[in-house]
Design a protein around this ligand. Structure first.
Ligand code: NAI
Length: 308
């Protein structure tokens, strides 16, 4: 198994670190355009091997795609992160150029790779990568819902004063402050609806906090977050590499599912060795369906900016 992470910034390096600690692959390549950064971070990560006890040796490289040759899974995190006050959507111009170039280079050396897109605005970057790549749709996956769902579960757990491990819940739709849809109606505390424990107002607050979860951190830290994004990306990579068939909301190319066509948006999918293997069709109520439709309109208008 060989895994490449493109972009050795905060999210990329954290993702690589997580993958390496779990020994998910014999080879892990970390690639960045900035001279020395991926080499330095790889060495830093490898220096934890003797302390934490793992054997995978990361390979750092500056824009040398030959080193990525034959990768089974590639994670794209290259691109600008948001600064306080910015939306993910404002990153489109510069990140589109980066994601397009990276996708081309990756496929030159790893034509069979499963590609996970993290760069923002993620749904549009996933759509762009899919159109550029011309590979089966099951091999192109955007990471956003995994992170948003983790934030949703955390806010629910905090509101209920329980462990996040006992909370099940999902966020679907677009990966944007106004486009994501925390599915409060379907969230449970070990199978019991969370509405048994929290009032409608409390649930509304949890949903609102979830939607601005990323922006809250960006405001506090001064740049966008990396621990939870790195762990959420690990969830996708691990389910694929170990063929775990976990159900994770991911941005995938829709052809009629959830009433949408020619768009990448967050829906629950089964992740296994072939990428996303199946879309789970949740029975959304009318309000949730309307929210999904509205979210799709926003994502579609963002995709339109790719041709502007
Ligand atoms: P960062 O600035 O720490 O790292 C980005 C890295 O990409 C830099 O090291 C930069 O040199 C590199 N890079 C730029 N152009 C490149 C190219 N052409 N080839 C290779 N490397 C290149 O940013 P951070 O915080 O790691 O975020 C990365 C991206 O992930 C951003 O677009 C951010 O908005 C997004 N993100 C997405 C999340 C999601 O849930 N989908 C969550 C968190 C961040």
């Amino acid at each position: 198994m060989k895994i490449t992470v493109v972009g050795a910034g905060a999210v990329g390096a954290t993702t690589a670190d997580n993958i390496i600690r779990r020994e998910l692959a014999e080879e892990v390549v970390l690639l960045d355009i900035k001279e020395g950064v991926s080499e330095g971070k790889s060495l830093d990560i490898y220096q934890t091997a003797a302390l934490l006890g793992f054997n995978t040796k990361p390979i750092g490289c500056t824009n040398d795609y030959e080193k990525t040759k034959g990768s089974d899974v590639v994670v794209i995190t290259s691109g600008l992160p948001r600064k306080p006050g910015m939306t993910r959507e404002e990153l489109i111009g510069i990140n589109a150029g980066i994601v397009k170039g990276v996708t081309e280079n990756i496929l030159k050396y790893s034509p069979d790779a499963i590609i996970i897109v993290v760069s923002n605005p993620m749904d549009t970057m996933t759509y762009l990568a899919f159109k550029e790549a011309g590979i089966p749709k099951q091999r192109l996956i955007g990471m956003g819902g995994a992170l948003d769902s983790a934030r949703f579960k955390t806010y629910l757990a905090l509101a209920m004063d329980v462990s996040p491990l006992d909370i099940h819940g999902m966020v679907v739709g677009g990966h944007g402050d106004t486009t994501m849809i925390p599915l409060t109606r379907l969230a449970t505390y070990n199978g019991i609806p969370v509405s048994n424990f929290l009032s409608a107002e409390e649930l509304e607050k949890v949903a609102a906090d979830t939607m601005v979860g990323g922006a809250t951190l960006t405001k506090l830290i001064g740049t966008s977050a990396w621990y939870a994004p790195g762990a959420a990306t690990l969830l996708l990579v691990e389910s694929i590499v170990r063929n775990q068939k976990r159900i994770v909301p991911c941005s995938v190319y829709l052809e009629g599912e959830y009433g949408q066509n020619d768009i990448c948006m967050g829906v629950p999918v089964v992740l296994g060795k072939n990428g996303w293997e199946k879309i789970i069709d949740l029975e959304l109520n009318e309000t949730e369906k309307a929210a999904f439709e509205k979210s799709a309109e926003a994502v579609r208008s963002m995709n339109g900016a790719l041709n502007a």
